[in-house]
Each structure stands twice: as structure tokens, then as C-alpha cells.
Design a protein around this ligand. Structure first.
Ligand code: UDP
Ligand code: MG
Length: 151
């Protein structure tokens, strides 16, 4: 079994709307392991690095302003297949196209207010975890019920 880690962030709209517990709960109840968690108001530099791939897109400056406008809950989640699974739990970028049952499908209507970010592949997952977390902020631990989740 290959253990993976991915980066997930609840954006300022999700925090302002009081969706933190609901969103964290989706990953917990799925069976993934939380290995990093903090709330911060991201700097412009951090937001620009995080969304660097979109630097040339017309929505970039608005996106950076939005992400730096309020608290973000940054998380690292670990588990088998967690990178692709987190993207499935999150749902399509456009919330009106996201399936019911997904986070965006259930909790959002607008692309610019789609409540959550998740890494889109293994390279971005390591880049984003390293960008948002220091090594000592990531916690190695073993859930006592792990044998009931993974054989
Ligand atoms: N975004 C936007 N307008 C667009 C496309 C994207 O505001 O036309 C924002 C949206 O919040 C999205 C983020 O930019 O979540 C990053 O876009 P990406 O295509 O990487 O979507 P994601 O990986 O978040 O599903
Ligand atoms: Mg993306």
C-alpha cells in the first residue's frame, strides 16, 4: 500500500460560513488521517506561490485578494489514494457542475467561492505541503482503530 499525503485548504468563504467542522468531518469519516492543521491569514507571497500556475489567468489577482482576505484552514491529510480521493470528495471546480454528495456540490454555488482547495497530483501535493507547513508542524501518529479501516 502506498501512503500518500495531500494538501487541503478551507478558503476564507468556508471559514466565514462556519463550514470548517463539516468539511474536516468529510475527510475524517472517509477514513483519512489528519497530519497537519492550522488556521492562518495567508500572505500575498504565499497565495501567489500557491496559485503560481494560474499567474497569467485573468482571475489571478482577484483569487489572490480573496485567499488573503481572511482565515484559511490549512490541512495535510494522509492515506491510501488520498490525493485523487480528496479531489473526488471536493468535487468539480465549478460548484454547479459538482455532483451532489461532494463538498462543492453540497455547499457552494460559485466558482470564485468554492470553499475548498485540494492538490491536483503528487507533485503539487508535496509542493503545497512544503509551502504551507514546516516539517515540525506535521505529526506522525497511528490511529488506534487503523486495523478497522485498512486491512
Ligand atoms: N477560479 C476562478 N475563476 C475561474 C477559474 C478558477 O475564480 O475561472 C478559482 C477557483 O477558486 C478555483 C481556483 O481558481 O478553485 C483554482 O483553479 P483550478 O482550475 O486549479 O481549480 P481547482 O483545482 O481549485 O478545482
Ligand atoms: Mg487547482
Amino acid at each position: 500500500m502506498t501512503l500518500e499525503r495531500t494538501f487541503v485548504a478551507i478558503k476564507p468563504d468556508g471559514v466565514q460560513r462556519g463550514l470548517v467542522a463539516e468539511i474536516i468531518g468529510r475527510f475524517e469519516t472517509k477514513g483519512f488521517k489528519l497530519v497537519g492543521l492550522k488556521q492562518l491569514k495567508p500572505s500575498k507571497e504565499l497565495a501567489e506561490k500557491h496559485y503560481g500556475v494560474h499567474r497569467e489567468r485573468p482571475f489571478f489577482s482577484g483569487l489572490v485578494n480573496f485567499i488573503t482576505s481572511g482565515p484559511v484552514v490549512a490541512m495535510a491529510w494522509e492515506g491510501e489514494g488520498v490525493i485523487a480521493s480528496a479531489r473526488k470528495l471536493i468535487g468539480a471546480t465549478k460548484p454547479l457542475e459538482a455532483e451532489p454528495g461532494t463538498i462543492r456540490g453540497d455547499l457552494a454555488v460559485n466558482i470564485g467561492r468554492n470553499v475548498i482547495h485540494g492538490s491536483d497530483g503528487s507533485d503539487t501535493a508535496s509542493f503545497e505541503i512544503n509551502l504551507w507547513f514546516k516539517d515540525e508542524e506535521l505529526v506522525e501518529w497511528s490511529p488506534s482503530d487503523q486495523a478497522w479501516r485498512v486491512e
